[in-house]
Design a protein around this ligand. Structure first.
Ligand code: G6Q
Length: 544
């Protein structure tokens, strides 16, 4: 057994779980009318309700004791002070510096000055594209931006650009190409005019196979359809930490937007990786996004833990994952513009906390990051919610929704919210045998028919969910929401004693594909592989 699972705080939570597990959520609500007030928190326009989890006051005390035992406060300071807490890559994890309003140091240097310099560079560029002083080779204004990047250099910008659609400038369309499947790039380019298209090649390392291949293909398309080598500067910009590779690709370093190795890919949308966001919504809204995140950072770093939204969100998830043995978490935004939020959180959480050894390199004997999945409401209700209501899997779910909408059909909004509330209530309460029996008898069904239908119509309930409501999905609130989840993931990692900031599993994928590619394109029989991989390679070669 690990030190953590033998620790006093852990054992106390285990013992407490045995007691509370026998008390259904609906009983906890019936017993205490103040439950919502006790187990919900508000920060600015954002409400976090965790009262539909099996918690009571004692649970919170024990979870806070676990946080104390795991030195959570020290780890918050270590992150904020620029210590190299991503020790397997010898790097700080300073995404908070990207939206800070006071100096942040690592290696004795205040990095916020460089951050501000690049923000100014982004601001000037965005202005020139928007006001038409940055023009394409034919003298026309830019109408389309194509961001070529993958993983952290794609998911954050796509999610935010989609979520902030109501704030888009009218004169520009922003597209995202990530997949190496040629269909993605070809499908995007077929509607575009090279004379009015700007490409952003977004890659922290500038070595990623998918991004570089797509970037080279985009350049070929540009040159074959009217562009020239001399006009590449007006149509290709790069976002990277690797200046030499950018120059080697043929992009003028004057058209490069820098960021730094202390920004992890999945934490980078606040950096120059957010350039497509700034182009889509304008610099003022991009700055509001950063400012929103900054308020959440301040809240996280200064608020007592029992009032601290990211801390409580993280601790409640620990309670569910490690003590109720939940293995998956659904992210269910009731807001169509947040439809990429589940995919974004999937990377944030699963790449950060999908680790099996602790900081000392010892294999852990407790669950770390769970499977994150989801879909926007109400679509999911007509698909997978069946399993949530009556299936056998252990899960939790986060429901998110704005109180106000942006669109021109406001009469839809209460219907959307009614579904959110009805689902969370039904998941918590379920429907007992007695309730179903009464319902069926009221329909005047014969007794044997009631008996036959009864087990199929019972809902066990007692399914815990978290509700997050906010006034409106504006840039600042979105910034707060994203930062809330970033910090929640950090809280989990501290409890689990793992490094959330490396991603060796992703790096492995990058190496492996390169090796097999040469065998796929050669006429020689495949080299050393297992029989399955050899068979698959041979099948591909006969069918291509
Ligand atoms: C994110 C990961 C990974 C990364 C991509 C793209 O945290 O490191 O998703 O963002 O592999 O990497 P590049 O930006 O270097 O192309």
């Amino acid at each position: 057994m690990s030190v953590l699972t033998r620790s006093p705080a852990w054992l106390a939570l285990q013992a407490h779980q045995k007691k509370i597990a026998n008390r259904p959520l609906r009983a906890l609500f019936d017993e205490d009318p103040q439950r919502f007030d006790k187990f919900s928190l508000q920060f600015r326009d954002l409400l976090l309700d965790y009262s539909k989890h099996p918690v009571e006051q004692a649970t919170i005390h024990l979870l806070l004791a676990l946080a104390k035992q795991q030195k959570l406060a020290d780890w918050l300071s270590r992150m904020a002070n620029g210590e190299k807490i991503n020790f397997t890559e010898n790097r700080a994890a300073l995404h908070i510096a990207l939206r800070a309003n006071s100096p942040v140091f690592t290696d004795g240097v205040d990095v916020t000055q460089e951050v501000e310099r690049v923000l100014q560079q982004i601001g000037h560029f965005v202005e020139k594209v928007h006001n038409g002083t940055h023009r394409g080779y034919s003298g026309q204004s830019i109408t389309d931006v194509v961001n070529i990047g993958i993983g952290g250099s794609d998911l954050g910008p796509v999610m935010v650009t989609e979520a902030l659609k109501p704030y888009h400038v009218p004169q520009l369309r922003v597209h995202f190409v990530s997949n190496i499947d040629g269909a993605h790039l070809a499908g995007t380019l077929q509607h575009l005019d090279p004379a009015t298209t700007l490409f952003i090649i977004a890659s922290k390392t500038f070595t990623t196979q998918e991004t570089l291949t797509n970037a080279h293909s985009a350049r070929k398309w540009f040159l074959a359809n009217g562009g020239s080598e001399s006009s590449i500067a007006a149509h290709f910009v790069a976002v990277s930490t690797n200046r030499d590779a950018v120059i080697q690709f043929g992009i003028d370093p004057a058209n490069m937007f820098a960021f730094w190795d202390w920004v992890g890919g999945r934490y980078s949308l606040w950096s120059a990786i957010g350039l497509p966001i700034a182009l889509a919504v304008g610099m003022e809204h991009f700055r509001s996004l950063l400012a929103g995140a900054q308020t959440m950072d301040h809240h996280f770093l200064t608020t007592p833990f029992e009032q601290n939204l990211p801390v409580m969100l993280g601790l409640i998830s620990i309670w569910q994952i490690n003590f109720f043995h939940v293995t998956s978490q659904a992210i269910l935004p009731y807001d169509q513009s947040m439809h990429r939020f589940p995919a974004y959180l999937q990377q944030l959480e699963m790449e950060s906390n999908g680790k099996r050894v602790n900081r000392n390199g010892e294999t852990v004997d407790y669950s770390t990051g769970v499977v994150i999945w989801g879909e926007s409401g109400t679509n999911g209700q007509h698909a997978f919610y069946q399993l949530l209501h009556q299936g056998t899997q252990k899960f939790t779910a986060d429901f998110l929704a704005p109180c106000q909408c942006h669109h021109s059909l406001p009469e839809h909004h209460p219907i959307l919210l009614a579904n959110f509330l009805a689902q969370t209530e039904a998941l918590m309460r379920g429907k007992t045998e007695q309730e179903v029996r009464t319902e069926l008898l009221n329909q005047h069904l014969p007794a044997d028919e009631v008996g036959r239908l009864l087990p199929h119509r019972v809902f066990p309930g007692n399914q815990a969910t978290t509700s997050i409501l906010f006034r409106k999905l504006d840039p600042a609130t979105l910034g707060q929401l994203i930062a809330l989840y970033e910090h929640k993931v950090f809280v989990q990692s501290v409890i689990w004693e793992i490094n959330p900031f490396d991603q060796w599993g992703v790096e492995l994928g990058k190496q492996l594909a390169g090796k097999i590619l040469s065998e796929l394109v050669s006429d020689q029989p495949p080299a050393q592989h297992d029989a399955s991989t050899r068979g698959l390679i041979n099948f591909y070669k006969t069918q291509r």
